[in-house]
Design a protein around this ligand. Structure first.
Ligand SMILES: Cc1ncc(COP(=O)(O)O)c(C=O)c1O
Length: 471
């Protein structure tokens, strides 16, 4: 029931803010900083002194979030309990300033290490929402798209077409036509068929389209098989021999102009050496003015994970380009997860707590709003938003009809009970992006929080939406 009411209050295409009059004419609370209302909702159970808990908040929670004086999680100064009450659960909550900070830091780190010759493109697959793309556009990054749909979102978000680049190992004529007609900056060619098709379409239009060649360097980073892309037997990119052929072929092309090379060896990489080795391999393919180094910088999903620092990542990539490809190259980088993952938190409500061999804490979402645990065995942490603590080892499970629908295998929550709101951090990348409606469960809203102000930028799906494509 909660879902439908929240959806009804926020019709398609409209943003709703806490503190604004909602559709039913009632004022729903003030700004969502808890201070004005905390007295009414003081936590009933506090296993650990708040001051102690505050010190325990780890680096995996969004910047601009923390525990207030009542021990309640705030994201972008918005009280997580108030957000759950106002917008329902599950909900993706994003700290806007976290994304802005990270985008700025990325640009500045490359600009400092490689002045005047670097450009950052957000890999929009990580968070394909126009509102999030707009925030990143405002921070001066370009946009990487991998389909006609992502291109549509990028253009709707206001990216200048020349700051958009298109990827894809199976681009359709329709997608290439869209890209060429929009006048996008770069098309990254993945294979000979792609090259031929792109060339024919550009020639028909009398255009000269700038392109990069995606190279599979035969280097494997230490990550899950399903997000490793740089190995020789990859579905992505030209192998080194084929890439050499493509370079020769493009030298004769009137319709395509080869600007340079691209590689993306995989995602969620926690070591830098594979980037260096992969970049060195590109030196076999001649001298080109542009090199796009893909994304891949890993993030900490749990407090125990320690990814490389941004500065070390930038230095590793830029040093390898200087050493192996020469000075003065234009360097493009395509972070996805590193810009948005840690800005996002998913709020759920606990529906049941059951004990057999394990303690099963079942929430009102699951594999439909976060596929990563099922796809990659990805680890997560969780906390009850107004009772941070670690007293009860448990398994946080979803509501879907699959035994594998387990969000967290080894969570520790403070005496979880039905009705508790729990938060899983680091869900700002590939969560909303991969959401589906399995079991007819409507997809959650996206709520952007900043300075105590919360706005719905993607409304909750409704049951009627599930019928919208019926004919
Ligand atoms: C071509 C390309 N660039 C960039 C990215 C972004 O990767 P990440 O989110 O790991 O930074 C991906 C992810 O799949 C990709 O395929």
């Amino acid at each position: 029931m909660r879902d439908h009411q929240a959806a009804a209050r926020c019709p398609l295409g409209q943003e709703q803010r806490i503190g604004q009059t909602s559709g039913d004419g009632q004022l729903r609370g003030g700004q969502c900083g808890v201070r004005s209302v905390a007295g009414a909702h003081a936590p009933a159970y506090s296993p650990t002194p708040v001051a102690l808990v505050t010190r325990q908040l780890s680096h995996i929670w969004p910047r601009h979030s923390g525990l207030n004086e009542h021990g309640v999680l705030e994201i972008g100064d918005c009280d997580a309990r108030e957000l759950a009450r106002e917008f329902g659960t599950p909900a993706y909550v994003v700290a806007e300033d976290d994304i802005r900070d990270r985008a700025r830091a990325f640009r500045e780190a490359f600009a400092a290490r490689h002045p005047g010759r670097s450009e950052i493109f957000f890999a929009s697959k990580a968070f394909p929402s126009t509102a999030i793309l707009r925030i990143l556009r405002e921070e001066g990054v370009g946009c990487d798209v991998a389909s006609g749909g992502e291109l549509h979102l990028a253009l709707r978000a206001g990216f200048a077409p020349e700051r958009v680049l298109l990827h894809g190992n199976a681009k359709s004529v329709g997608e290439l036509t869209m890209a060429l007609d929009a006048g996008i900056g770069l098309i990254v060619l993945d294979n000979h068929d792609d090259l031929q098709r792109t060339e024919a379409l550009a020639a028909q239009r009398g255009m000269r389209q700038r392109v990069l060649i995606r190279v599979t360097p035969g280097v494997r980073g230490d990550t899950h098989d399903k997000i490793s892309t740089g190995q020789a037997d990859s579905k992505f990119g030209f192998g080194l021999v084929e890439a050499r052929e493509a370079v020769a072929r493009l030298a004769r092309s009137a319709a395509l102009q080869l600007d340079g090379l691209h590689l993306h060896i995989g995602s969620q990489l926690l070591e830098l050496e594979p980037f260096r080795v992969a970049i060195a391999m590109l030196s076999e393919l001649g001298d080109h003015p542009v090199v796009n180094l893909g994304g891949g910088l890993g993030v900490a999903y749990t407090a125990a994970q320690q990814p490389p620092s941004l500065e070390d990542y930038v230095d590793a990539k830029v040093s390898a380009v200087e050493e192996h490809l020469g000075p003065g190259k234009a360097i493009l980088d395509e972070p996805g997860r590193a810009l948005t993952a840690q800005a996002g938190v998913t709020l759920y409500t606990v529906e049941s707590v059951k004990r057999n061999v394990s303690t099963w804490v079942a929430v009102d979402g699951g594999m439909a709003d976060n596929l990563r645990p099922m796809l990659y065995g990805a680890p997560y942490e969780a906390q009850i938003v107004d009772r941070f603590g670690e007293a009860t080892p448990c398994r946080v499970t979803g509501k879907h009809c699959e035994s594998g629908d387990v969000l967290i295998d080894d969570a520790r929550l403070a005496d979880p009970r039905p009705g508790d709101v729990i938060a899983t951090p680091v869900t700002g990348a590939y969560g909303h992006a991969m959401a589906n409606t399995y079991n007819g469960v409507p997809r959650p809203p996206v709520i952007v929080c900043r300075d105590g102000d919360a706005r719905v930028v993607v409304r909750r799906e409704t049951h009627d939406d599930l019928l919208a494509r019926d004919v």
